[in-house]
Design a protein around this ligand. Sequence first.
Ligand SMILES: [Zn+2]
Length: 352
Amino acid sequence: MTRLDLSLDAAALTVVLCDIESVSGNERRLAEAVELVLREVPHLTVQRDGDTVVAQTDLGRAERVVLAGHLDTVPLGDNLPCRVEDGRIHGCGTTDMKSGVAVQLRLAAQLDRPNRDVTYVFYDNEEVEAEKNGLGRVARNHPEWLAADFAILMEPTNAAVEGGCQGTLRADVVFSGHRAHSARSWMGENAVHKAGEVLQRLAAYEAEQVDIDGLVYREGLNAVGIRGGVAGNVIPEECVVEVNYRFAPSRSEAEAADVVRRVLDGFDVRVTDSAPGALPGLSHPAAAAFVAMVGREPLPKFGWTDVARFSALGVPAVNYGPGDPMVAHQREEYCDIAPILECEERLLAWLR
Ligand SMILES: [Zn+2]
């Protein structure tokens, strides 16, 4: 069993955490190491559900804050073990999001009498299908573990507060035709050709920019895939264009589906998957105090993150973490050391 040393600084700890490979579905070793080290911390109560570990203080404070981070990473890109060079850690999971996890662990060990009660959540399977998500599982099995006034998800944000998150919707646009030998194409009806107009509409569509609490959410409606055709000598009888709509959190999933249907009016649009966004909630007192403490201009979150799960539980949530979201999931993934130390310092100051 790996023993973590929480007296290492957050950067050195990031390296240790990244070098324990934990691609989604393979978090056991890391979850065990996290559980083991937190059970040795006298001021924490520790719970475990699958490969999710939840530790909390119980000081009866007036307010409770969740600090959450996922333990898993996307598949390796030949980028482990980590390499440290010129104030930067290179490797899988450095930015997304073991630098955030390192900060969480350091805070958990140091904050024996925080001014707000703190719940630290380390969960599995964030980088894969939503139904496997450890945070979702805990929300179903033990919603009381996540009860709080405010949550901070330590996903990479370059140490700025990113409020809320956008929703996402996927739809298939289905075209049917009639199969024929391509040497006698007039006998058939080409389903792939029919997709042309939908592609043109999507290319011409100007996505909206929606202002919420002073944060501008820039939407996007795009074709993200196309499939059709069975052989080089057959006129295709089916073609499917896969569409993804990233929508502002002020829209519901139903409204988002209406937007897609309106833009693609006249076509067979089938929604296959959607997840609501989360409103930034920056006007909530705990969130406002947090933003003031961070001292940087808050930004909108463009990806979908688990802040939406907290939002659904009635807990306002923001993203705040040391990594750069632009290099997440890349082979060249890295994280600068300075923002890791800054995040730890700011959170320590806020919770002390
Ligand atoms: Zn992440």
